[in-house]
Design a protein around this ligand. Structure first.
Ligand SMILES: [Zn+2]
Length: 277
């Protein structure tokens, strides 16, 4: 599933095509949009943004389209002179005087008044959005100390959207490795300085992935791994998908654990457990 950085990059791409432009026509075959086209067509797109893994498109009509791609949804952006078809099911099509932006296959789409956006059941449950400019590493470190999070395992916290919005599987492994936190440790098992570092890494690794197309290591490290002939899924990361290979930091073997069926890769030497097992 795409994670926060991928959704934010998609929002940037869609925003470039739509923001400041009028939706002159389109197609709205999805059930939650049908019959409500007057809220979109003929109106200007004011903003396109992401919150966690959700996409929000705001119109001058005072309405917002919320969508969540889950596993299958996909956005495409083309010039409106380019014909494009797909075997996927079209859910929404926005035509401007220059572009055609389409959403395919998603099944979680709704229109709601912009002023009521925060009351959306999914958005309401979200924790702080890691990519939000107002959310700093220091803020995230304080959040790790909050009552709700303090006694939960790192492996749980780093995927739970109500704890941190926008994190997913590859970011979980990468953040914990960068922060030197063992996946079974909880914030309450760690020293203050470790919590501060963990908060900073949540921010910096997610930003790095956003700015560099999902690459979570320094670009030089990525290039030297690539030069050694490693496949893309491996050279982008420090530990994720590098299980059974030497850790790039210390040379120990990267291990894989599964939590609720989701893989987590980590290095026992870089991320020693603080809590006696
Ligand atoms: Zn290591």
């Amino acid at each position: 599933m795409p994670e926060g950085p991928e959704i934010r990059r998609a929002a940037d791409r869609i925003g470039k095509a739509l923001v400041g432009n009028i939706i002159s026509s389109g197609q709205w075959p999805y059930q939650t949009l049908a019959g409500r086209t007057h809220l979109i067509e003929g109106h200007e797109v004011l903003s396109v943004t992401s919150r966690g893994k959700a996409m929000l498109i705001r119109f001058s009509s005072g309405w917002t389209m919320y969508s969540h791609n889950q596993l299958y949804g996909r956005w495409t952006v083309h010039l409106n002179t380019t014909s494009y078809d797909s075997t996927r099911s079209l859910r929404a099509e926005f035509i401007t005087d220059r572009h055609a932006v389409r959403l395919w296959s998603a099944t979680d789409i709704s229109l709601l008044p912009t002023v009521e956006e925060n009351g959306h059941s999914f958005l309401q449950r979200l924790g702080p959005d890691v990519l939000d400019e107002e959310v700093s590493g220091a803020f995230l470190a304080r959040h790790l100390r909050s009552k709700k999070l303090y006694r939960k395992k790192a492996s749980t916290l780093m995927l739970d959207q109500s704890s941190f919005a926008g994190l997913g599987n590859y970011l979980r492994s990468e953040i914990l490795h960068a922060a030197k936190v063992h996946p079974d440790d909880r914030p309450c098992d760690l020293e203050d300085s470790q919590l501060d570092q963990w908060g900073q890494c949540i921010k910096s690794i997610t930003l790095q992935a956003y700015h560099h197309k999902g690459i979570t290591v320094d670009l030089e490290v990525a290039h030297s791994s690539k030069d050694r002939g490693e496949p893309r899924r491996m050279w982008r990361h420090a530990v994720f998908c590098r299980n059974e290979r030497p850790c790039l930091t210390c040379g120990d073997l990267v291990l894989r654990k599964r939590y609720a069926g989701r893989r987590l890769d980590f290095c026992q030497n870089c991320q020693p457990a603080q809590r006696p097992s």
